[in-house]
Design a protein around this ligand. Structure first.
Ligand code: ADP
Length: 312
């Protein structure tokens, strides 16, 4: 705008000077009578031209300021849009997290207040209270760890920044070892049907994803069932399939299971959890430029597929 105004003033002064020069020249010629009428009309025309130029320049500048303001408004909006999305997401995260934290805190408080009202608390009752409180505290701790993990993933660099050559078979075996006590409790067998394959990625993050998937498969399966981990190798990617014969996921819930804090109603009543595992797994796989999705039949079981590029 300043540049435009600067040049407008420059043009106006320049043209004014030329017009005034012409008028002066014409005034000199006025002395000869025969030119008088024609030249005074010419002088009026020149003054009119000068005024016209002034108006045109003002209009031009107004048009520029309007266009610049409009474009500025539009571009600022476009630039701020992702920032607004990020702030909205952060607010949503804080509100979801507080909501989830409230339940165990309220339970803890209610239990302690209830016991405080009793005049005499027996040793046994006190022990019961403490162990129940410890359970709630464990819930809180796990929830806080999950929340922390979710926020840390945002700041993680792409997995290929620190990618190492890793054996997928070894990772699956390590993940199985971590969930084995849970599987044994429910007499669930975890069968690994895959051959050795080397990919590039972040070992710890992939172990974490596979533990989440195996842990879910155990949680949402009945006793004495079987979980199978198998592998499909394609030209540019590998697919690792985690199949269980568990309760399955309804069509209505399936599109939401990777959302933060989502839990199917059936799962709420059947197993512990906060609905964070799959959203963490999804984010970690995305950091590997991979994909994770599920197919399921209610009552028959689910298959979670992780697709990873062979070389990232
Ligand atoms: P959590 O298991 O802690 O509830 P997740 O994010 O791991 O949270 O899973 C979200 C929801 O997806 C679960 O509550 C459950 O309803 C559903 N789900 C995940 N894995 C399975 C599975 N293998 N079988 C059936 N339902 C599953």
């Amino acid at each position: 705008m300043l540049i435009s105004m600067f040049f407008s003033v420059l043009i106006y002064n320049n043209v004014s000077r030329q017009i005034e020069g012409l008028i002066r020249m014409q005034n000199n010629r006025i002395r000869s009578f025969q030119f008088k009428r024609r030249d005074s009309a010419l002088s009026e025309d020149l003054k009119k031209e000068k005024r016209q130029l002034g108006y045109t320049l003002i209009l031009l500048n107004l048009a520029i300021i309007t266009a610049a303001s409009g474009a500025g408004y539009f571009l600022a909006g476009r630039t701020l849009f992702p920032i607004k999305l990020m702030i909205d997401e952060q607010n949503q995260f804080i509100s979801d997290a507080s909501h989830e934290l409230r339940t165990p805190i309220a339970t803890l408080r209610a239990e302690m207040e209830g016991k405080l009202l009793e005049k005499n608390i027996s040793d046994e009752a006190a022990r019961k209270l403490i162990s129940s409180n410890l359970e709630e505290l464990e819930t809180l701790q796990n929830l806080a760890n999950g929340l922390l993990k979710l926020t840390q993933i945002h700041t993680l660099e792409d997995a290929n920044e620190h990618a190492e050559k890793i054996s997928l078979l070894e990772i699956v075996k390590l993940a199985r070892a971590k969930v084995l006590p849970l599987a044994k409790n429910k007499k669930i067998e975890i069968e690994i049907k895959m051959s050795e394959i080397i990919i590039k990625g972040n070992k710890n993050n992939l172990i974490e994803v596979f533990v989440i998937l195996l842990d879910n498969a155990i949680k949402y399966s009945k006793k004495n069932t079987k979980i199978t981990v198998s592998l499909e190798k394609l030209e540019h990617e590998v697919r690792i399939l985690f199949s269980d014969r568990g309760i399955g996921i309804s069509e209505k819930d399936l599109p939401h299971i990777f959302e933060r804090f989502f839990r199917a109603d059936k799962s709420r009543s059947q197993a512990d959890g906060y609905g964070l595992g799959l959203s963490i797994a999804k984010k970690l796989i995305e950091k590997h430029r991979g994909l994770i999705y599920a197919t399921s039949v209610v009552g028959k079981g689910s298959v979670f597929t992780v697709r990873l590029p062979l070389f990232i």
